[in-house]
Design a protein around this ligand. Structure first.
Ligand code: 5AD
Ligand code: SF4
Length: 435
């Protein structure tokens, strides 16, 4: 039976969230309706993540939960990076997977759904030359803060990482397509656009780079804020750094993963930057925009990581004083060079290092949040808070801010930050929004 309703469940990174929105638009254009719950859907798309083993395993446990009490189940499409990496294995592991669709083949999803409805089990993990973006319908819906993928894939081949295999080679979307999509998002209500890419700062169209794109997007009326993520340290150009000091709509926040504070480990990771070059970039960024909030990613327990290497990681956290950071235990991924390196680190050591690192990161996050108490700033309201009259939004530094206000999602309100917690701020409105 042809499915009439669908549910897309996205896991992992922001790019999956974006892809999920685009798949939803594509299926809607085919006449299907979004379902509120998985249980009400004729088709469920599991948009999966393969970055660490735990995330990948989640995909299979979710597939296992598709069977309903009455013995029926929806059509199940496995999408995302697990689909790309494990297509054949996934079909073998679970007979409930009807469709396997890799991230570069989403434009073919409607055709695959039609074939699956007739009893086939189609698989498409091609990385076709024709861009999926060309097949997606125009954007008609937007969030106050909306994602826009400008770059996909990775040519860096860090030795621990599956992304170059699951998302393919680095490609940049054309300038004109991005500008058109940005206008459509703003027309649909976006006040902030977050430019996405696995190596977003490697984005290029001819001789134009991300800084040029940001400067052009900043001229769009109604668009108030621009962010971009994730950046690679080696692609942090002087032009992009300078833009932070000159483009008021470019928010003072930079996610710049370093992964380790030890040059020996960075080399084994094939990161192509050192602690020194990374810190020099951070310094330049602070010169351009002194209040920039810095964020990063860390891996503990990479093969061969000694206590000394780990201490160096704690040291770089103290040097940079991150406003926030993500840290992960190394997870050996099949097919990556690091998976077969000698000296894999025992789990207990990884657990202990992760805990120490997270405590250190939390200390700095709280210190950063406290340093902003008393600051007059603006908050982009995104959603309702837990109690009546409370709304939650983001400060320029990406802090989550709780505000009592009659403002609605999409409003930007003048706020004084009055209290700091480890994970959020409290703000009071300086000027009420006209009702
Ligand atoms: N194990 C643990 N963490 C990983 N990351 C990427 N690959 C792995 C892995 N094999 C982390 C990196 C990256 C973030 C998105 O996920 O820190 O920046
Ligand atoms: Fe993975 Fe490294 Fe590419 Fe980031 S830069 S996606 S960590 S290979």
């Amino acid at each position: 039976m042809t499915p009439r309703t669908f549910k897309i469940k996205s896991f992992g990174c922001q790019m999956n969230v974006y892809d999920g929105e685009r798949m939803a638009e594509l299926l809607s254009a085919e006449g299907m309706m979004p379902a509120a719950e998985t249980d009400d859907a004729d088709l469920v798309v599991l948009n999966t993540c393969h970055i660490r083993e735990k995330a990948a395993e989640k995909a299979y446990s979710d597939v296992g939960r598709m069977m309903r009490e009455d013995g029926t189940r929806p059509l199940v499409a496995l999408a995302g990076c697990v689909a790309q990496a494990e297509a054949a294995e996934a079909k073998r592991r679970s007979p409930m997977i009807d469709i396997v669709v890799g991230p570069q083949a989403y434009h073919r999803l409607p055709g695959m759904v039609a074939r699956a409805a007739r009893g086939a089990r189609p698989v498409d993990t091609d990385m076709p030359a024709i861009s999926k973006f060309d097949a997606f319908p125009q954007r008609r819906r937007a969030n106050p803060s909306s994602f826009l993928t400008v770059q996909e894939g990775c040519d860096k081949f860090c030795t621990y990482c599956v992304v170059p295999y699951t998302r393919g080679a680095e490609i940049s979307r054309p300038w004109a397509d991005i500008v058109t999509e940005a206008h459509a998002l703003v027309d649909a209500g976006a006040r902030e656009i977050v430019l996405l890419g696995q190596n977003v700062n490697a984005w290029a169209d001819g001789n134009r780079g991300l800084a040029d794109l940001i400067r052009t997007l900043a001229t769009i009326d109604g668009l108030e804020r621009i962010r971009y993520t994730t950046s690679h340290p080696v692609n942090m150009s002087d032009e992009l750094i300078a833009a932070h000091g000159e483009v008021a709509k470019l928010m003072p926040y930079l996610h710049l993963p370093v992964q380790s504070g030890s040059n020996r480990i960075l080399k084994a990771m094939n990161r192509s930057h050192t602690v020194e070059t990374y810190l020099a970039t951070i310094e330049k960024m602070r010169d351009a925009r002194s209040d920039i909030a810095l964020s990063g990613d860390f891996i503990v327990g990479f093969p061969g990581e000694t206590d000394e290497d780990f201490e160096a990681t704690l040291k770089i956290v103290d040097t940079v004083r991150y406003a926030s950071a993500y840290s992960f235990k190394y997870s050996a991924r099949p097919g990556t060079p690091a998976a077969t390196m000698e000296e894999q680190i025992p789990r207990e050591i990884m657990d202990e290092r992760l805990q120490r690192l997270q405590e250190r990161i939390n200390d700095h996050r709280l210190a950063f949040n406290r340093s902003t108490v008393g600051v007059d700033t603006q908050v982009l309201i995104e959603r309702e808070g837990r109690h009546e009259g409370q709304m939650i939004g983001r400060s320029p530094w990406l802090q989550s801010v709780h505000v009592d206000t009659n403002a609605r999602a999409g409003d930007i309100v003048d706020v004084t930050l009055v209290a700091a917690g480890p994970n959020s701020m409290t703000g009071t409105v300086r000027r009420a929004v006209a009702a």
